[in-house]
Every structure is written in C-alpha cells, then in structure tokens.
Design a protein around this ligand. Sequence first.
Ligand SMILES: Cc1cc2nc3c(=O)[nH]c(=O)nc-3n(C[C@H](O)[C@H](O)[C@H](O)COP(=O)(O)OP(=O)(O)OC[C@H]3O[C@@H](n4cnc5c(N)ncnc54)[C@H](O)[C@@H]3O)c2cc1C
Length: 375
Amino acid sequence: MGATVAFQASERGASVIGIDRYDPPHSLGSTHAETRISRLAVGEGSHYLPFVERSHEIWRELEARTGAQLLHLCGGYIFTEQEPVPGQRWEDFVTETAAIAAAAPSGPIPFEVLDPTTVRADHPWIKIPDHNKAGLEPTAGLVMAERCVEVQLRLAEANGAVIRRNEEVISIDPDEDGVTITTTAGHLRADRVVVATGPWFSDLAHPSHAEQVVVTRQVVYWFEADDLDAFSTERIPYIMWIGARDEDYFAVFPTPPGGTPAVKVLGEQFLETTDPSTVDRHVSRAEIEAFHRDFVAPKVDGISDRCVKASVCLYTNTADDHFLIDTDPRSDRILAMSPCSGHGFKHSAALGETVVQVLFDGVSERSLEPFRSRV
Ligand SMILES: Cc1cc2nc3c(=O)[nH]c(=O)nc-3n(C[C@H](O)[C@H](O)[C@H](O)COP(=O)(O)OP(=O)(O)OC[C@H]3O[C@@H](n4cnc5c(N)ncnc54)[C@H](O)[C@@H]3O)c2cc1C
C-alpha cells in the first residue's frame, strides 16, 4: 500500500518521502510469498469492482513500462458448499460472486457456476466432493506481490521520490501547518501523510481506528509436485476452497514462471490473534505435517508431502472483514489505508491512485466511502 502511494504521488511530480522500518519488499509483514489471487468478480462486494479493474490496468501499464511480469491470468475457481452456510464469513460465496459478476457496472464479468462432475472431468487431480459447487472466472489470476512492490518503488525513486529504508516511524503529530514525523533518524515535516503500516497499524493509528483491527498469523506452504509442469499458471487455475467452517479454507496457487519450484498452498485461521512483534515466525514440522494430512491430501492429488518452504504472513482484519481506509480523526492531513482484511493486494494499485487523488484533489474517480471507519 505504501509503495503504490509513493509511486502514484511521484507520478504527479509531488515531493515524496517513503519511510519503512525494513527494506521492502520483505517477508515480515503482509506482502510476501510471491503471489496473490486477483479476481475481477469480487464476491466481497460490488464496491470493490472499480478498484480491482483499475488495478489490472495499472499492472499491465507497469509491465509495459518495465518489462516485469506482474499479472498471470490463469483463471480461478471458487468452491463452496452447495447450500449457503449461515453464520459463515461469506455464506454462499459462489452465488454472491455470480450475482456481482452478472451485474458489474462496466459489463458482465465471465463467471460460470459448475457442478463438481464438470470440475473433476476438467481437472481429475481436484477431489471436489458432490456436496460442493464451483464458480470459474477465466479473467481471474495471480499478481506477483513482491515484484509489484519492487517495481513501484523503483519507478517512484526514478521519479525523484526518496525511499528511506530501515528507519522506523515513532510518531506522527499534526498541527495547523503540517505534520511532524519522528523517526529513529530524526524529525521531518510533511504536508500530508499516508499511514500504510499493515499489521503494525495499531502502533501509529488513532486509538479509535486501532481498536477496530486484529492481526492473525497465517501460514503459506510450498510442497513439491509429482509433475510441476502440470501445476503451472499456463496449465491450471487457482483454487479458493471455502468449506463449511471458516477454518476449512484452503487455496492452491499455480506456479508462475520463475516462482519457487513447488506448489503454494495455504489455509486461514482467525481464532488466535497476534502482534507482529511477538508472532511466532517459525513454522514447525508438526504444522507442516498436519496441513498436508488435513488439507492437501484429502483435497488434491499430485502434491507430495515434501515441504520445500513455509512462511508466516499476517492478516489485519476488521470485524466485518472489509477495508478500513479513512482520514485520521486528528487531522485531514493524515490518511490511514492499510487494514485490508486479507484480500487487499488485488486492489492495491488503484487504492494508491485513489488515495493520492483524495489527498491532492479532494475528490477521486473511485469512492473510498465504503471503507470509512465504522466508529
Ligand atoms: C497469507 C496471505 C495471503 C493473502 N492472499 C491475498 C490474495 O490472494 N489476494 C489479495 O488481494 N490479498 C491477499 N492478501 C492480503 C494482502 O496481501 C494485503 O492486504 C496487503 O499485502 C497488505 O499490504 P500492506 O501494505 O497493508 O502491509 P505490509 O505489506 O505489511 O506493509 C506495511 C509496511 O509498513 C512498514 N512499517 C510498519 N510499521 C512501520 C513504522 N513504524 N515505521 C516505518 N515503517 C513501518 C512495514 O515494514 C511494512 O513494509 C493476503 C495476505 C496474506 C498474509
């Protein structure tokens, strides 16, 4: 989020300073593990559609400018129970996504609802049971997370932005004429500030914003495949598998060109909250074995139990699982934009553009209204 704001503001010729406590892209926050799912048909709500649509345009513009491959449109499956599951985060995600896709303001987004027999016929390695249903979006794909950060920071610097790495912001204090930022290296003054500190959000956010988010530990695994080519972005769509309980979630990511030579898979958990300073960043052998036994083996064929890499990543969620992007109650000069509830990356390029429009023009092409503070 910070990289996209720095890039977009620098494109307008603004004087930009980006400050990060580490050296982005890095693996200590929420933006690592190579790939992120990007769906044009966003079942979380139609208000997200303009953001992901514009983000896909921006990724393509950045690819043309830099030669970097950022977006792989491999298509994507969503699997859910046949019947809605009341009380679940997303009760009937395939049906909700299909309705949003059909009614998309810029024209229907291709999204086909399929029965399990059709999925198994097309992809015999997927053990989708008869009590599930599927949605397939051919225009969905994977976006390369670290590469997007790296490209946007590089272009921002080429535009004259100063990116200060390994420098921690300690406080952000607004007054009538501007904002004083105190870091481990000293003080600086800014006219406007965007706070995009991801899972560290609560450290610098206004207390009324900080109290609205929780951070959870998530784990990403890469297992060797019997035939890695069969799992490439050229050959298969990703799978987002939503089970009867929130903790049944399972996702399979095809391997992009140049990616870790293994299949990336992950689950989700929301029961234990954590903090970036205390989170257990080690993934134990027992966790790896349990994940393969309980998720990988029962659901897909062809992915071995040999784990080549595992990584801890952090979600920053609000209670309703939507975004929190709003001006700080202390001053309109400060805008907080990070808590994106585990589904923010696909929208990030357009969010950065929109936040910059709000800060510089007071109006934006896309509305941030749905993401305002809930208190
Ligand atoms: C496992 C996992 C899977 C996901 N899957 C998807 C997906 O498939 N699709 C999707 O769209 N989204 C997905 N997401 C969500 C998406 O990745 C996040 O919404 C997004 O990457 C968050 O970016 P961020 O900039 O808010 O946070 P971060 O990337 O964590 O960036 C915050 C930055 O702030 C810096 N910082 C913090 N505090 C300070 C300070 N005091 N001073 C200076 N710098 C500071 C940190 O060093 C860090 O670089 C996933 C997230 C995870 C963890």
